[in-house]
Design a binder for this molecule. Structure first.
Ligand code: ZN
Ligand code: ZN
Length: 83
């Protein structure tokens, strides 16, 4: 069965409908200020932050850490996965 991941928090869902209907604690507008958003890249063994290039074993750890090269400023936001 396919798995779908939120690009903000890395949470895993069985389908896109459930993913996009629930609030995301790591939404860029603030915790639970918006819904989970689909990560449209492929499943990988390593995920790379598109801002800084740091690599992570999974989306959950990537999205949980602040990024030194975030476009809003150093540590003003979290890592974001490259597709
Ligand atoms: Zn989410
Ligand atoms: Zn980063």
């Amino acid at each position: 069965m396919a798995k779908f991941y939120c690009k903000y928090c890395g949470q895993e869902f069985g389908n896109v409908r459930t993913l996009t209907s629930a609030y995301c604690i790591r939404h860029p507008d603030g915790p639970n200020k918006g819904k989970h958003t689909l990560y449209e890249g492929s499943e990988k063994s390593k995920y790379t932050c598109k801002f800084c290039g740091q690599q992570f074993n999974n989306l959950r750890s990537l999205t949980s850490a602040y990024c030194l090269r975030h476009p809003d400023g150093a540590n003003k936001g979290r890592h974001s996965p490259a597709l």
